[in-house]
Write a protein that binds this ligand. Structure first.
Ligand code: NAD
Length: 361
């Protein structure tokens, strides 16, 4: 298969971790007989330095022209970097928001997986973490409270602020379809999270999710109120497969789910539109404090590349090979500095990439 991949190395540790992800992808291509063409795309601070803006029309066109985009991370030290003396719409992060908008990326996927070997990093009680967990948080990314009408007024001498939470059925249906499609590639369970005992938008959410569920008889659907879900994530995270939810609930729950894994350098993510296209990137930032030191953990980016193979290219076996390689390398006791523990062998960024590539045979 021919894979056309846009590559945004970005800033800070971005170029280092993307190089390792490419190394692993190239090994997958070699072993499974694929051909990858990469197009490098400038975005964020790297684009500001060359073009004066964080995102150009050429960069958007290059991303659009690719089947999928793999990104490192963008941004610099927000106190010392000259990028943060620019107007907000010219700072590195504006490039990412602009790209997400231009590509209509409405579905955000964040897996939260507890690896046996990293169970000590999990802040939950041992009897809970012992069951392990492997869930996918699917968050609607372009609607709801963060995009609704908002204003602040003065009424009767008091300041009053209003935000509106609106969803139409089309916005709910397209993310629900993505959620059920992804559940079909996993353990076939969807937990749709809402606040249907209070909110009209949640009652519509629930109805539309049920309509979509009718097309997926193999997938078990349950509804859960968001407050209960926040509790269940720390009480019994093993119960979840796909959590499907709206923008603000997903914002909060996905951070909660990532914290219970305990390891920022391991967390992948993806943002999808209604084609097979996706933007794949680690959940963490550009870690300017360790950039250039060769110690960054490339695993989150490498697992994001695995998600790209699975969701944009339907290469499930190849994605599984990368995920298996991560487990094997952890099992052999290799750790980057952020996940280091006693008795393990410390590996740098490049070395971790080599170890993972070697496991793909
Ligand atoms: P960060 O995630 O970059 O770093 C937080 C801490 O985690 C740091 O100590 C860092 O060294 C460590 N860390 C992060 N990733 C690591 C890895 N792969 N391996 C080892 N250690 C790692 O968050 P921050 O410091 O708040 O932000 C730094 C910059 O990143 C800012 O400019 C911010 O805006 C940007 N940012 C970008 C994205 C993105 O590109 N999507 C997301 C979050 C933050």
């Amino acid at each position: 298969m021919k894979l056309s991949i846009g590559c945004i190395p970005g800033d800070g540790i971005g170029p280092e971790i993307v190089a390792e992800a490419k190394k692993v992808l190239n090994k997958v291509a070699q072993v499974y007989g694929h051909e990858i063409a990469y197009t490098d795309i400038l975005m964020g601070g790297a684009s500001i330095d060359v073009h004066g803006v964080p995102l150009t029309e050429e960069a958007i066109a290059a991303a659009r022209g690719s089947d999928a985009v793999l990104m490192g991370s963008i941004g610099g030290n927000t106190v010392t970097s000259p990028w943060y003396r620019l107007a907000p719409n010219l700072r590195p992060e504006a490039g990412l928001l602009g790209l997400r908008k231009a590509l209509n990326l409405f579905a955000n996927l964040r897996p939260a997986v507890l690896y046996d070997e990293l169970a000590d990093a999990c802040p939950l009680k041992k009897e809970i973490s012992a069951a392990g967990f492997d869930m996918m948080i699917m968050r609607e990314l372009t609607g709801g409270l963060y995009f609704g009408e908002r204003y602040t007024t003065q009424e009767g001498g008091l300041r009053r602020a209003v935000d509106t939470l609106a969803y139409d059925e089309k916005e709910i249906r397209r993310i629900a379809i993505k959620g059920f499609d992804i559940a079909m590639k996993r353990r076939k369970k969807v937990t749709s999270v809402d606040k249907a005992n209070v909110l009209d938008s949640s009652r519509l959410w629930r109805q539309v999710v049920e309509e979509v569920a009718a097309d997926y008889p193999e997938v078990a659907l349950e509804h859960m109120l968001v407050d209960n879900c926040a509790m269940q994530l720390v009480k019994d995270p093993a119960q979840f497969d796909v959590i499907l939810t709206e923008n603000m609930f997903g914002d909060i729950l996905s951070d909660e789910a990532s914290m219970v894994t305990g390891s920022i350098g391991m967390l992948a993510s993806a943002s999808l539109n209604d084609t097979k296209f996706g933007l794949y990137e680690p959940s963490h930032g550009s870690a300017p404090d360790i950039a250039g030191k060769g110690i960054a953990n490339p695993i989150a980016t490498i697992l994001s590349a695995a998600m790209m193979l699975r969701y944009s290219f339907d290469l499930d076996a190849e994605a599984g090979a990368i995920e298996g390689a991560v487990k094997a390398v952890l099992k052999k006791g290799y750790r980057t500095v952020d996940i280091m523990s006693e008795g393990c062998v410390q590996a740098g960024c490049k070395e971790m990439g080599d170890l993972l590539a070697d496991e793909i045979r």
